[in-house]
Ligand binder design. Structure first.
Ligand code: ZN
Length: 489
């Protein structure tokens, strides 16, 4: 359930100002909200607590109100100090375990942050603002921020249920897949390649479904060894190469502690959040009022989620989102689409579409009825199953798609589409095996021509049409245009 979206385009300077309502709700839930228990028919105090705070590196830095990556004390989990390339006059700080001058931070004994240390720093902050004049206070706060890496109180501050900093685990998805891996040299030398493969083992260790403490400790050793090797290969302990020692590489050291405190990394990574952002992005239509558009989108998604939860409508609602996706692609469909009237299945029959048969051509052999198979699944988690259907092939469309990135793998391709009027109520039966009949024909659908697998015959008796299907369903169509058969409309 989305409780709110902070509109862009810039990130908020003070996240707390946006999270005040949520913080207040958390405070109310910690005290207890009077709730009716329908089973026992009694009122009780419902309590709720925030267990974890999850997000990408920047979001968590903002929420914790730390100075963050590139600062002198950049890590949110420990108070390791950064170093900058003074000779190169660079301003950003980096966090190697071994400094160019030989100073060494022991990765197994890092000065971890703790609630006590945070409280101390915050007390100092509060004292400074009461004692000194404004300018001096700002300077003193700046110095304090530099030494502690803190800028003030965390955004969620009223309820003390979030352990600091362990309740904010490092997100493995952003850490490995978006930051560390893209920056690695993969193929120039075998040693780099082997090093990359070792990272793959580490990732698998982080994503293990369940882990024992021993396995996590092994993982810790593997990560430390990997970082030492990384520093040896990429940074080579040279001041001029400091910039490869980013906070994301250092962050790996804290992943085993996060696993011990919060559970395997797959329980706390933020794929779901990225997906939600993708849903919002896909729904953004209005260029003039994007924020109002975004608000509506969030509201409507929440409506649908509530309907789904209340009436168990997963299957129905998944088709709604499919329709929304389809609507987004509509502008890329060409305005004029050539249509064809005849096609031939390789090693099979010719098909003459209903449009090629023409009106009143009943004396001719009707070759427009076909068997088609479309894969579908009842719920989003079920397996895909090919459902056999029968229908009249109305026409075949040749759709040449433009080179637009929204069309993904279909961009620049030509698709042959079949317009089919389905025979109703055949219930997925295979007419080659069991007797299958229909009475009525439904509204046309459009599907990929490859779904059409064979031509079928029909026999009418007692007001019903029985399908004569003589294929084993093994023949796949291949569209062979023949000059004399092409019928460009
Ligand atoms: Zn750290």
């Amino acid at each position: 359930m989305s409780a709110g979206v902070i509109p862009g385009p810039h990130p908020p300077k003070d996240v707390h100002s946006f999270l005040v309502p949520y913080d207040a709700e958390c405070a109310a839930l910690a005290v207890g909200v009077r709730t009716f228990n329908a089973a026992t028919r009694h009122f009780f105090l419902l309590r709720g607590y925030t267990l974890f705070e999850l997000g990408d590196i920047i979001a968590i830095e903002k929420s914790l109100n730390v100075k963050g990556h590139n600062s002198a004390c950049p890590c949110r989990s420990c108070e390791i100090k950064g170093i900058r390339n003074k000779a190169g006059r660079e301003k950003l700080y980096y966090v190697p375990l071994t400094w160019p001058d030989g100073q060494f931070w022991d990765p197994e004994n890092l000065p971890l942050r703790s609630q006590e240390r945070l409280d101390q720093a915050l007390r100092k902050f509060d004292e400074i603002s009461t004692v000194l004049d404004e300018n001096a206070a700002a300077k003193a706060k700046d110095d304090l921020a530099k030494s502690h890496g803190m800028k003030g109180h965390p955004a969620l501050r009223r309820v003390g249920c979030l352990a600091y900093p362990n309740s904010r685990p490092w997100d493995v998805m952003h850490l490995f897949f978006e930051n560390v891996i893209p920056n690695l040299d993969r193929f120039s030398n075998r040693k780099y390649y082997t090093h990359l493969c070792e990272l793959s083992d580490i990732i698998q260790g982080c994503l293990r479904f369940t882990s024992t403490v021993d396995q996590v400790n092994d993982l810790r050793q593997a990560i430390i060894a990997w970082i030492h090797k990384y520093e040896e290969y990429y940074y080579q302990h040279l001041e001029g190469r400091l910039r490869v020692c980013t906070l994301t590489v250092h962050g790996m050291v804290h992943v085993p502690d996060d696993i011990l405190f919060c559970g395997p990394s797959w329980t706390t990574w933020t794929f779901f959040m990225e997906r939600f952002c993708g849903v919002l992005q896909a729904g953004l239509r209005s260029k003039r009022f994007p924020w109002a558009n975004l608000n509506n989108n969030v509201l409507h998604v929440a409506y649908l989620e509530q309907l789904n939860a209340r009436y168990d409508l997963e299957a129905e609602l998944s088709s709604v989102s499919k329709m929304q996706r389809a609507a987004a692609l509509l502008p890329f469909i060409p305005e004029k689409i050539p249509s064809f009237g005849k096609l031939r299945i390789v090693q099979g029959n010719s098909i003459r579409t209903a449009s090629a048969c023409g009106e009143g051509a009943t004396a001719e052999r009707d070759m427009s009825f076909i068997r088609y198979e479309i894969e579908s699944r009842p719920t989003t988690t079920a397996a895909w199953v090919a459902r056999i259907s029968y229908g009249r092939l109305e026409c075949v469309l040749e759709c040449r798609l433009p080179l637009a990135k929204e069309l993904r793998h279909l961009a620049g391709k030509t698709r042959l589409l079949a317009v089919i009027s389905p025979c109703l109520n055949t219930q997925g039966k295979d007419a080659a095996l069991v007797r299958t009949s229909y009475r009525d024909i439904g509204d046309p659908i459009v599907t990929d021509l490859q779904a059409v697998t064979a031509v079928v015959g029909r026999v009418e008796t007692r007001d019903r049409w029985y399908i004569v299907d003589r294929t084993g369903g093994l023949i796949r169509p291949e569209f062979v245009p023949e000059d004399e058969d092409v019928d460009n409309n």
